[in-house]
Design a protein around this ligand. Structure first.
Ligand code: ZN
Length: 544
């Protein structure tokens, strides 16, 4: 079988087994798997001299939105920078409207009211894009702003509608401003969903090209098929099509949105109370495309101040809210656990985190299961006692390093100084014995793993303020998170996440060793090549 041999390499294996070697200088790949370290067989054909470059297991983004990111590449870019004010935002919308036919949509993404001084307003959007339908998504994905033609199509241009688990914002006169929070976004969804699968497959392919250039070889899509994160009820088919067409690029694990689980009518002894048709559940699929956890949204966004806190946001009496009735959320978590699913609960505020921990504890007590590896996505505002509880329950917390830089100022302001030390913990999770994965939540923030890794080490906001710096970790620990930690969170550490004989040959080649450069240089290191399944999938340096 054709093989590939990498020599003169600085291999960081990330192997957590203390008896294994942490470093190597050569590795042998056969049939898509790593077959040997340091022992190069005589007469090897395809030998690549890496000239001392660093080799790591390919990066695995444990929480991203691949279709959402791929689609955002075609939308109006509203991040700050480059968009620095509401006026600049309206100018960007006007510019796109100039090339958009009347009645068509102008779609933008990535705005943050903390950086613009406020949310965009429907009236100003009407002036910027006369006759067009405008839909601008907040960077968190948890809210959006639409203009009058969209509100009119929804029948809420004059008075707001009540939406459970969401909010249609109104001004002092009761007139909707265009801002739709959380589940109120489903209203817009009713006008645009479902997207055709071909469009979604194209978005996957666009995203995959970016991922490979950044060293990503695996990612976990955090919710498909239902709820406001979904693009089509048949979303899985778009991934299958991308794979069939050779455009998937990276290995993908798909979380199913809780909305798509339903009673199965199986025998009562089977405990299958909530599942997908045929009894398909977490783990179904193969090394390229696999079903992961069920995604359950307990609350919303911290910078958007919708996440559910025990105590009010700084300078207000608002405490955010849950995305559904507490008993309904708890019931959904327990039913999914009982039916054999890995559960990934989105919980940002300390109140939502308590709900998730309580539900996991109750689920495990009533329906004991070995090593279910339930997850809490984001795990953002975390009281000290909640770290100990999560560790005791075997919960995997999935925080995002890059949030510190891009969203950190808004988060510090949202919780106030007394709670700064609770924000996006990392070190205390490791100290408690928890496994830490690496993730971006792309397109919420920039998703390049080296940016996320640098931020896990540096912990500064874009304005230069320290972001809970006691929770900083070493470059070594951040690399382990983005490789082995993410594989563990996907129950896939037996096939990937470290460089060892028998593992999938998914690798990233970097210009320098992130553990050997000063922390401020990590983000600027170059990805020279990305190898997936033993083949060069990205080869900037012409190595392959
Ligand atoms: Zn997400």
């Amino acid at each position: 079988m054709t093989g590939l041999v990498l020599v003169n390499a600085n291999v960081l294996t990330m192997d957590p087994d203390l008896s294994a070697r942490p470093r190597a200088s050569a590795l042998v790949i056969t049939g898509g798997r790593i077959t040997a370290l340091d022992e190069v067989p005589a007469g090897s054909e395809h030998v690549v001299d890496l000239g001392g470059a660093t080799v790591l297991p390919g990066f695995h983004d444990a929480h991203n939105h691949m279709i959402g990111f791929g689609m955002s590449l075609a939308e109006v870019e509203l991040s700050s920078p480059p968009v620095g004010s509401l006026d600049e935002l309206y100018a960007a919308v006007a510019h796109r409207a100039g090339t958009t036919a009347p009645g068509e949509w102008v779609i933008g993404a990535g705005y943050d009211q903390n950086k613009l001084g406020g949310h965009p307003h429907r009236d100003a959007l009407d002036r910027a894009a006369p006759g067009r339908r405008v839909w601008l998504r907040h960077t968190s994905g948890h809210m959006c702003v639409v203009n009058t033609p969209v509100l009119a199509a929804l029948g809420i241009d004059g008075t707001a509608a009540e939406v459970p688990g969401g909010r249609v914002a109104v001004d002092s006169g009761g007139r909707p401003t265009g801002l739709l929070e959380e589940r109120a976004q489903l209203l817009v969804g009713s006008l645009v969903y479902p997207y055709p699968l071909a469009e979604l497959t194209g978005a996957i392919a666009r995203a995959a090209e970016v991922y490979l250039a950044e060293g990503v070889t695996s990612c976990t899509e955090a919710g498909i098929g239902g709820g406001w994160v979904a693009h089509s009820p048949a979303e899985l088919a778009a991934y299958a099509a991308a794979r069939e067409q050779g455009r998937l690029g990276v290995r993908v694990e798909l979380m199913a949105a809780r909305e798509v689980l339903h009673p199965l009518g199986a025998h009562p002894d089977d405990n299958l109370v909530a599942g997908l048709d045929l009894g398909i559940t977490s783990g179904f699929g193969d090394d390229w495309l696999r079903l992961g956890a069920v995604k359950i949204f307990a609350d919303g966004s911290l910078v958007g101040r919708t996440a559910a806190l025990h105590d009010p946001y700084d300078g207000s009496d608002g405490t955010g809210y849950l995305q559904a009735d507490a008993a309904e959320l708890t019931g959904a978590i327990i039913a999914a656990h009982r039916s054999g699913w890995q559960v990934a609960t989105h919980a940002i505020g300390d109140l939502a985190i308590d709900l998730a921990l309580d539900a996991y504890e109750q689920a495990l007590a009533e329906y004991p299961r070995r090593d279910p590896r339930h997850r809490i996505e984001h795990f953002a505002v975390v009281r000290p006692r909640q770290v100990a509880r999560a560790a005791a329950l075997g919960v995997i917390a999935v925080p995002q390093g890059r949030f510190a830089t891009e969203l950190g100022d808004g988060m510090l302001a949202a919780v106030g100084p007394d709670r700064h030390a609770w924000l996006y913990r990392q070190r205390s999770l490791l100290d408690a014995g928890m496994v830490l994965p690496g993730s971006s939540d792309r397109p919420v923030v920039a998703g390049a793993p080296l940016l996320g890794i640098a931020d896990m080490v540096n912990r500064r906001t874009v304005s230069g303020a320290p972001f809970n710096p006691d929770e900083a970790i070493s470059a070594e620990a951040a690399l382990r998170a983005w490789t082995w930690g993410s594989a563990y969170a996907s129950r896939a550490e037996h096939v990937k996440g470290s460089i060892a004989p028998g593992k999938l040959a998914d690798l990233v080649v970097l210009s320098e060793d992130p553990t050997a450069v000063s922390p401020d240089r990590i983000a600027g290191l170059e990805v020279l090549a990305t190898i997936v399944d033993g083949r060069f999938a990205y080869d900037r340096a012409g190595l392959g």
